[in-house]
Design a protein around this ligand. Structure first.
Ligand SMILES: Cc1cc2nc3c(=O)[nH]c(=O)nc-3n(C[C@H](O)[C@H](O)[C@H](O)COP(=O)(O)OP(=O)(O)OC[C@H]3O[C@@H](n4cnc5c(N)ncnc54)[C@H](O)[C@@H]3O)c2cc1C
Ligand code: SF4
Length: 273
């Protein structure tokens, strides 16, 4: 994000996205000749407002995973936006924006299961009396130690294999969720103090224009396409490489590993390895 009008941003600090940079402070533009380009332009987090029935930005205590990380960083604890109090009953809704046929976003984002479960554990650690429920379709295995971590989470958290469709506001800024019971498939309504939407990784909106500029392909999902399954850092165009989530959803560690592979391919291309 680039701040174009500093005054507007100074007047509305809450509206300025994290990591935004001031245009005046950026370097000058110019032309340089290069033998290789690595596109590492990343992803966009899913815009939870698209899932209208969840009331994101309408109901104070419906937040996203990113909001939750920010709240924890700023307040030192996970608190309700409405009153700054620690929530007693928290729901996590997984796969918001990912694995969603209606939206045409069929991919798994890989990161939202681990971050949601980590945050849920943090809530339980801070307040053992709190109740945390995770509504899910599948829990994505996120690496070597994840299965043990998931088993530990099952002891502290309630897992319900159903994704709620609607959230309704209640008095006192609580929220009512409607979902289908796992055993008999009948509708259940339950009240929570805080609902966390586990948003995932979407292709960067600039991908199609960048693909056109650099003459490379996009996958059906809108990420940059690797050359083939064995080489996912080279592209169909010689000298153009891709790294990180620009190629598809990844954790930070996987993005770094992918970037390392891209650097190796660039060295080969330049004839220095
Ligand atoms: C809600 C959420 C929670 C997450 N939690 C975790 C977690 O707990 N652990 C974990 O491992 N991963 C987590 N992730 C994933 C993590 O954010 C990514 O793995 C990581 O950011 C990917 O790095 P990247 O460099 O590929 O992309 P990015 O982090 O998106 O970086 C791309 C950079 O390129 C810049 N850029 C974009 N377009 C251009 C352009 N045209 N010109 C110049 N620069 C450009 C962007 O401004 C950005 O700085 C989470 C993701 C989400 C959405
Ligand atoms: S990581 Fe988990 S929450 Fe995210 S899309 Fe995959 S299964 Fe859904």
């Amino acid at each position: 994000y680039v701040i174009l009008d500093k005054k507007i941003c100074d007047d509305n600090p809450g509206a300025v996205p994290e990591g935004a940079v001031e245009l005046e402070k950026m370097g000058m533009s110019g032309n340089i000749e290069v033998d290789a380009v690595v596109l590492a332009s990343g992803f966009k987090p899913f815009n939870a407002e698209i899932k209208e029935t969840y009331g994101y930005r309408k109901f104070n205590n419906v937040i996203t995973g990113l909001d939750m990380e920010r709240i924890k960083r700023e307040k030192g604890a996970i608190v309700r936006p409405s009153d700054g109090k620690e929530p007693q009953k928290v729901a996590f809704i997984q796969c918001v924006g990912s694995r969603d046929e209606r939206l045409g976003n069929l991919w798994c984002s890989h990161v939202c299961c681990p971050y949601a479960l980590r945050m849920a554990e943090n809530i339980k650690y801070k307040n053992n009396e709190s109740e945390v429920t995770v509504f899910y379709m599948d829990i994505q295995n996120a690496g070597k130690n994840f299965p043990e971590f998931y088993e530990k989470c099952k002891l502290n958290q309630r897992f319900i294999r159903n994704i709620p469709v609607d959230i309704y506001p209640m008095e006192g800024d609580q929220l009512r969720l409607r979902y289908m019971a796992e055993d008999d498939g009948l509708p259940v309504e339950e009240v929570f103090d805080l609902v966390v939407l586990s948003i995932g990784i979407m292709p960067n909106l600039e991908n199609s224009s960048l693909a056109e500029i650099f003459g490379i392909e996009l996958t059906d999902d809108g990420f940059f396409a690797g050359k083939d399954n064995l080489n996912r850092t080279s592209t169909s165009k010689s000298g153009i490489f891709i790294a990180g989530t620009a190629e598809g959803p990844k954790t930070i560690a996987a993005s770094m590993a992918h970037a390392g592979q891209a650097a190796g391919e660039v060295m080969k291309h330049l004839g220095v390895s």
